[in-house]
Design a protein around this ligand. Structure first.
Ligand code: ADP
Ligand code: MG
Length: 695
């Protein structure tokens, strides 16, 4: 669909990369891996450093520097066997220089550079004993062609078989195919920022003159980042508007939910009430809801969802709550079924384990409308599952589902309201980029009566002491999680480490130590979890699979091995698994010394605060753009130019700009609107944003 809408002026940029000069069957896959499948991707490659070539004399050659010499070719020395290099002796009156060529290139070099010829040679200087060498010089050209050797040269990312200089040549070729495009930014804003046109900015990207040009703050980099952010914000804004435009019959706040709330053993927190009010306003307004319920582990999202489902049931609609794992689905069902049924609302649990007649019976009940609430896993959106009138889908741990999966479930109803839930706190500054197409309600207040979890960082060397302490508290009836990280490349090795730890703890503490890991078959995993939940096991050793959201109120101790390897948000979520009751809870962060300064700071943050959003914010700052993996996990889009930290202000500005633009020109038909469509097509956002898109 997007391809069909692509403006003609962009065709050259979306041509396959093998239309670039020198890109054949060997290079194409390498380049595609490095950049992407089309010319645009190559034009968007960003150089990461600069080479300053200094003219020098051989006597003043500096090992490791990239230098240019004027030399006379003196002699060729062919290799004795093909695995050895050709060696070319050259001199410049102050000393001699050896050029080294592997791979049988010598013959051709000799043809072009006969003995006695004067040449400019440039490359990285190496020294072997007293010999000065350049292996595979970057340039070897006649002196009159000095202009072929740039003084500063951008260095591009490279990959085995595709050297940086080839990438540079290809990037410049791709740049040459970039047309001038009509300006899509507001001229006043451009002037204020001191930004050049898109084409000029891109040209500057490929012709950096100084190290400052390589930074995210360079004006051309900011411009390109802002373009990208604006394209994305527009796409998300449009998506949101599109969903809004779909009418959905209003659902009012009902009596059942009120009775349900009154029967709860607790009062909703202020934050829960506010979130519920947001949801109810959405359900009542006659448009389709797309709302994200953000709240830390244990903040009480499920109850809020349950009350919304009660409203839907009272309006004679059905709801589906989908969780990423069997364990979680089961736990949700156990929480919800009884209170709902007490109000006459029937609920079923549907997971992959339902088979045969029992499953058929559940499906019949959903199809007939006899059941109003379905709780389950992926099993909920299988083809043969039919709802009588699905009006609300609730997605728990929304980031663990793909767009297609969420859409398949939503497609089982008409203009189905979406309530996504997430316990991964993301910094406010990034909320826009990740959830720009959703409305967000935050539960930023924990239910009362929780005691803060005492958190300590302890070096691995004091493991025995930790085990001893654990033994004595377990003897008093406490329960503990013990998390082993996934650290090695091989799952087998990690698993072995977890098994060893479990065995060791069993030896020290006793037989009530269980083990769960990702490789276990579902039923077996559930069985161990159930034994832990019922208190038969006192220590649960786990690879990181202790499912987010699993509730074991009696567990009061969380030990995390090699805590420095985890993302802060993940540590925070793991810690959130304890401290759910009145009893004092503890979290022990075992680390491998020495900790880096950043490592130290990161663990310190956890010790000092329990506010997931604050932790996420600090984590982002400390990460300083490193660890993109952590960001990916929190759903940050794979931007080419925009950086979540350096371009924070631009993210906010792009969000504001997109809102203004769409308010004035929702279909982008004005002349600026037309230019903006080209921008969107240029970045192809709808195709790329599959991860974040709530569907
Ligand atoms: P989340 O899904 O946000 O991690 P849950 O919905 O599983 O959190 O709630 C965690 C626990 O807190 C549950 O045992 C729930 O019954 C309890 N809870 C929820 N809201 C409140 C409240 N307002 N007061 C006291 N306890 C609450
Ligand atoms: Mg939950």
């Amino acid at each position: 669909m997007i391809a069909a809408m692509r403006p003609e002026i962009l065709y050259p940029l979306f041509a396959p990369i093998d239309t670039l000069k020198g890109v054949g069957p060997r290079v194409a896959p390498l380049l595609s891996k490095l950049a992407g499948p089309v010319v645009r991707d190559v034009a968007f490659l960003t150089p990461h450093s600069l080479i300053h070539r200094q003219p020098a004399r051989v006597e003043a050659a500096v090992e490791g520097a990239v230098q240019t010499f004027v030399v006379t070719i003196e002699a060729y020395q062919a290799p004795r066997n093909p695995s050895q290099p050709w060696r070319v002796r050259a001199f410049d009156g102050t000393g001699s220089l050896t050029l080294v060529y592997f791979g049988g290139l010598g013959g051709r070099i000799e043809g072009q550079n006969p003995v006695g010829a004067q040449r400019l040679v440039s490359g990285k200087v190496e020294r072997f004993g007293s010999e000065i060498q350049i292996a595979h010089p970057d340039y070897l050209v006649p002196v009159e062609k000095a202009d072929q050797i740039p003084e500063v040269e951008a260095v591009y990312p490279a990959t085995a078989g595709l050297p940086a200089r080839t990438v540079r040549r290809l990037a410049l070729d791709a740049l040459g195919r970039c047309p001038d495009l009509a300006e899509w930014q507001d001229p006043a804003w451009l002037a204020r920022q001191g930004w050049a046109s898109w084409r000029e900015s891109l040209a500057r990207l490929h012709a950096p003159q100084s190290d400052a040009d390589l930074t995210a703050q360079a004006p051309h980099r900011q411009r390109l980042a802002f373009d990208e952010l604006l394209a994305h914000q527009l796409a998300m804004g449009q998506k949101k508007a599109e969903r809004r435009a779909e009418p959905a019959p209003p659902i009012g706040a009902g009596r059942l939910a009120e009775a349900l709330a009154a029967a709860l053993p607790f009062q909703l927190t202020g934050a829960q009430s506010r979130a519920l009010a947001d949801i109810r306003a959405d359900l009542a307004c006659g448009e389709r809801m797309s709302r994200l319920l953000q709240g830390d582990v244990g903040s009480g999202k499920t109850v809020v969802a349950m009350l919304a489902m009660a409203d839907v049931a009272e309006a004679r609609g059905q709801s589906a709550l989908m969780a990423p794992t069997e364990i979680l689905a089961r736990q949700h069902f156990e929480t919800l079924a009884a209170p709902l049924e007490a109000q006459g609302i029937a609920a079923v649990l549907l997971t992959g384990r339902d088979k045969g007649p029992a499953r058929a019976e559940k499906l019949r009940a959903l199809a007939s409308g006899a059941v109003q609430v379905a709780v389950g896993t992926h099993a909920l959106f299988q083809t043969d599952v039919v709802f009588h009138d699905l009006r609300l889908t609730v997605i728990d741990e929304q980031h663990r589902f793909g767009v297609a999966e969420r859409q398949r479930l939503q497609a089982k109803g008409q203009a189905t309201h979406l309530l996504a839930m997430s316990a991964t706190p993301i910094p406010r500054t990034l909320e826009l980029t990740v959830f720009g197409d959703l409305d967000v309600s935050r539960i930023d207040e924990k239910p009362p009566g929780r005691t803060p979890v005492a958190t300590r960082a302890i070096p691995m060397g004091r493991m025995a002491e930790v085990e001893g302490r654990l033994k004595s508290v377990v003897a008093t009836g406490a329960q503990a999680f013990w998390i082993c990280p996934l650290v090695s490349e091989s799952e087998k090795t990690d698993l072995a480490a977890a098994e060893r730890r479990a065995a060791e703890l069993r030896e020290r503490i006793g037989p009530s130590v269980g083990l769960v890991h990702g490789k276990m078959p579902g039923p077996e995993k559930d069985a161990v979890m159930a034994r832990f939940a019922q208190g038969e096991l006192s220590v649960l050793v786990a690879t990181t699979v202790v499912e987010v959201g699993v509730n074991v109120p009696n567990a009061t101790i969380m030990v995390i091995e090699q805590a420095e390897r985890f993302g802060l948000a993940q540590l925070h979520q793991l810690r959130g698994r304890v401290g759910r009751g009145k009893a004092e809870s503890a979290c022990v962060l075992l680390y491998d010394p020495p900790l880096s300064e950043t490592g130290q700071k990161r663990l310190d943050i956890l010790r000092r605060t329990d506010d997931g959003f604050l932790i996420a914010e600090r984590d982002l700052e400390l990460r300083g753009g490193g660890d993109p993996l952590g960001l990916r996990q929190s759903g940050f889009p794979a931007y080419v130019f925009a950086d979540p930290i350096s371009h924070r202000d631009l993210i906010a500005a792009a969000g504001d700009d997109a809102r203004l633009i769409l308010a004035r020109d929702p279909d982008l038909t004005s002349s600026r609107g037309q230019a903006l469509r080209v921008l969107q097509a240029l970045f192809d956002w709808q195709a790329q944003s599959t991860l974040q898109d709530a569907g």
